[in-house]
Write a protein that binds this ligand. Structure first.
Ligand SMILES: Cc1cc2nc3c(=O)[nH]c(=O)nc-3n(C[C@H](O)[C@H](O)[C@H](O)COP(=O)(O)OP(=O)(O)OC[C@H]3O[C@@H](n4cnc5c(N)ncnc54)[C@H](O)[C@@H]3O)c2cc1C
Length: 195
């Protein structure tokens, strides 16, 4: 007896895994799934446009005078195609329908999933003090932020860095390399001891 099918091959295709977040964690999950032999579709949903990039150089070589200010990709140019990973870049996830197992994206499309991974990282703490939104005040998390600082640093003569963590101090060093006078503000006493 011949089997009859009322659904096409698409309906039988597994929904696979959707990963929200195209940073280090999101890309690594996709990479590890394929390395472990996972064959169902893998989709990475990223709010930032373009190829996923490494953040660490953004506070280091990217800002230092005379260095090549190109972002370093997280993977090589053929990685996604070779591993059959779909990247939906520049399309933030806007809603998750857990009952229907779909993720809605900002461009109006939805992506079905069997497994959903949230790899959305962390945000910089914003300042709550008056004036925090004034022009010339710039955070450092994304390539977009680093591009703004890269443009501003050559003309900067007086730079104030709020936060003496690794990124703040790396940025302070880059600003000094541009010849700027730099003041670092930190509320924790002795925070930079040993750095
Ligand atoms: C300037 C800088 C320098 C650093 N230097 C170092 C270093 O020297 N050594 C070190 O170990 N670590 C360093 N780090 C930290 C390191 O980069 C982070 O730990 C790492 O990037 C975290 O990766 P992640 O994937 O968890 O998060 P992220 O890199 O934050 O990636 C998460 C992504 O998800 C996206 N996202 C969030 N919501 C949505 C949504 N709704 N839809 C789609 N996408 C979404 C975010 O925009 C982001 O692109 C540095 C970080 C910065 C910013």
């Amino acid at each position: 007896m011949e089997a009859t099918s009322t659904t096409g091959p698409r309906e039988h295709a597994p929904a696979g895994t959707v990963i929200i977040g195209g940073g280090q964690a999101g890309l690594q999950v996709a990479d590890s799934l394929r390395a472990g032999g996972y064959t169902a579709p893998v989709t990475v949903v990223a709010d930032e446009a373009g190829a996923p990039y490494q953040r660490p150089p953004l506070s280091k070589d990217y800002l230092v005078p005379g260095q090549d200010a190109a972002p370093l990709p997280l993977r090589g140019p053929t990685f996604l195609a070779e591993h059959d990973i779909t990247l939906r870049a520049g399309t933030p996830a806007t809603a998750i329908d857990r009952a229907g197992r779909t993720v809605a994206l900002a461009d109006g499309t939805t992506v079905p999933y069997e497994h959903l991974v949230l790899a959305t990282g962390a945000r910089n703490r914003t300042l709550s003090c008056p004036g925090a939104e004034l022009p010339g005040i710039q955070g450092l998390k994304t390539l977009h932020d680093a591009e703004a600082l890269h443009r501003a640093l050559p003309g900067a003569w007086n730079v104030v860095v709020i936060g003496a963590g690794f990124i703040g101090l790396e940025f302070a060093a880059a600003a000094r390399a541009h010849g700027a006078h730099v003041t670092v503000l930190e509320f924790a006493p002795g925070r930079w001891a040993g750095r």
